[in-house]
Design a protein around this ligand. Sequence first.
Ligand SMILES: [Zn+2]
Length: 191
Amino acid sequence: MDIGPYSFEEFLERASAFHGNPAPGLVIGGYMVELARSRLPQRTIFDAVVETPKCLPDAVQLLTPCSIGNGWMKVINWGLYALTLYDKYTGKGVRVWLDPERLEKWPEIRAWYLKLKPAREQDKDRLLNEMRRAGGSVCGVSPVRVKIEEFKKKSRGAIEICSVCKEGYPSNDGSVCRKCQQASPYMEIES
Ligand SMILES: [Zn+2]
């Protein structure tokens, strides 16, 4: 089954170029994006909500103009394999999710999704082949209305220079930048 404007093979190539490898999550995600888009009225200007940071945001970024960087995609870390595309002016949209009840016929997809076997025991060719044949048929679809007010961009306000690290930071964050206020992910290294 095609994925938007791409044949399955073309999409695997694009997924590899963008994501490093044709991850199964990206492939099923491609079908999910196209399913959601097909249920929106034509020419809808849409934004996206994605409910996991893993793989699925890249499917949205590959197939639509929505990206994290341009703010048209919001990522919520709920660990749910689900996404919504919605009219950015009205909030009316479509939520699509991977539905365990529709996976009875697709043992490899089910095992992958529910993590029923270790990654090294997965048969990736069979998994991708099931995804190609199943397309969007393994997804639930439901109309939703997004609270667009909550997603409006909040300006971060003025920029100040941090007195500790001398980088620019949003002055609303306090007297020094967040990196200098909080437990930083970076370790000190000897220079
Ligand atoms: Zn700082």
